[in-house]
Design a protein. Structure first.
Length: 94
């Protein structure tokens, strides 16, 4: 199991409680980004159809379906919006 924020491996043996935080970066652990059901391409970004909508995906929540994801989190692409803007502007240069 890995922290979604600092991407460091965690030694978690039991179910993650709502108030638990990462020992390295102090981020909440019971968050959508750490859940196995988190899916950016799904409705409400959740693969569990019965789950309530959670707006802040990086803050602790009361979701009953939370299960810590296995494996390392996907890499975040820094500056994705800026790169897209630069590519678009280069298309329309005179």
């Amino acid at each position: 199991m890995y922290c979604h924020n600092c991407r460091r491996e965690l030694a978690v043996d039991t179910k993650v409680g709502r108030s638990e935080t990462c020992p390295f970066c102090d981020s909440d652990l019971h968050v959508c980004y750490n859940c196995r059901f988190y899916s950016p391409s799904s409705y409400n970004e959740c693969g569990e159809p019965q789950a309530e909508r959670v707006v802040d995906k990086d803050r602790r929540n009361f979701c009953e379906f939370f299960t810590f994801a296995d494996g390392a989190p996907a890499e975040k692409k820094p500056g994705g919006g800026q790169d897209a803007r630069e590519k678009l502007e280069s298309l329309f240069k005179k």
